[in-house]
Design a binder for this molecule. Structure first.
Ligand code: B12
Length: 241
């Protein structure tokens, strides 16, 4: 458990400076939930962390990254910023065999993501993953696809699940499962959340299904609602100010 404590403390401290959170879980908890095509091929007791960007990531991690970067390859600035912050955090803990799976990475030759970050978030206890199956009397047709969505106990919908960090050779058989908080105890709220997420996600109202402690800043909202191909003037603005 000392390894877990040390790694957890260092990662948490370092990521916090960038507005990122991390929460530990075991591969086995994740694999128990997902179908075989999504499973992680590691021992069931392998230590992993799910990484969440809080509303302040934009100001604490993203903007400094943009201001310090001299050139850009074609990759999204947000993805580059996350990757750079994670690399910095990992450098603070040496001697481990670590792999990072980003939310946008696909398994080669398939259209399946390397990791389902919502399930990872749920089994880590950090966020609750609301799915169609959480609703006892669903108003939807049985075969109607309804995408699930996670809520954070503080930021509600104002966050993103960015990555999973795997400590390939660290086994934590004694890690204690911490169930996520179901903050929507009312069935009608769960239905409303899933309807907002599936039918009107563009208006972002699913993020406000309850009152959050923090929301994205105006600039962050503007940046995210601008198409990636049209973000260059915002990047210039951020670099200049
Ligand atoms: C592909 C994808 C999409 C696709 C398809 C969505 C989907 N859910 O399938 C499309 C393009 C439609 C999409 C859209 C959006 N997306 Co999207 N998307 C993804 C992505 C990359 C992969 C999801 C995926 O392929 N799922 C495959 C299906 C099969 O997984 P699943 O439904 O979860 O099924 C598993 C679980 O049910 C699990 N399971 C079974 N039983 C149980 C029981 C329990 C208790 C648990 C925990 C699990 C579990 O097993 C199943 C697999 O075997 C994820 C990032 C990632 N890497 O996870 C983001 C992600 C889900 N998207 C996200 C968002 C925000 C959006 C959008 C709002 C757009 C945006 N980015 O702003 C819209 C909203 C949806 C809509 N109305 O269109 C966020 C959701 C954040 C959150 N709070 O939950 C994610 C996590 C990205 C992120 N970085 O945060 N998305």
């Amino acid at each position: 458990m000392t390894t877990l404590f040390e790694v957890n403390t260092k990662l948490t401290e370092c990521l916090h400076d960038f507005g990122l959170e991390c929460h530990p879980f075991k591969v086995g908890w994740y694999n128990e939930r997902v179908k075989s095509g999504y499973q992680l091929e590691h021992h069931e007791d392998t230590l992993c962390f799910v990484v969440i960007s809080s509303p302040s990531f934009f100001e604490k991690g993203f903007i400094p990254f943009v201001r310090n970067s001299t050139e850009s390859n074609n990759q999204d600035y947000l993805d580059q910023a996350i990757s750079s912050c994670l690399k910095t955090a990992i450098q603070s803990i040496s001697g481990y065999d670590i792999s990072i799976l980003h939310d946008y990475e696909m398994r080669p030759g398939t259209r399946r993501p390397k990791v389902l970050v919502q399930t990872a978030g749920h089994v880590s206890g950090a966020v609750y993953f609301y799915q169609k199956t959480d609703v006892i009397n669903p108003p939807w047709l049985t075969d109607q696809p309804i995408y699930g969505v996670c809520l954070h106990p503080s930021y509600i919908g104002w966050f993103a699940l960015r990555a999973v960090i795997i400590f390939q050779k660290v086994l934590v058989p004694d890690l204690v499962y911490k169930p996520p908080k179901d903050i929507l105890v009312d069935e009608t709220k769960k239905i409303e959340l899933l309807n907002r997420y599936n039918n009107s996600w563009q208006d972002w109202s699913f993020r406000d299904i309850m009152e959050p402690t923090e929301r994205y800043s105006e600039l962050q909202q503007k940046y995210l609602s601008t198409r990636p191909s049209e973000r260059s003037h915002l990047i210039e603005l951020i670099k200049r100010n």
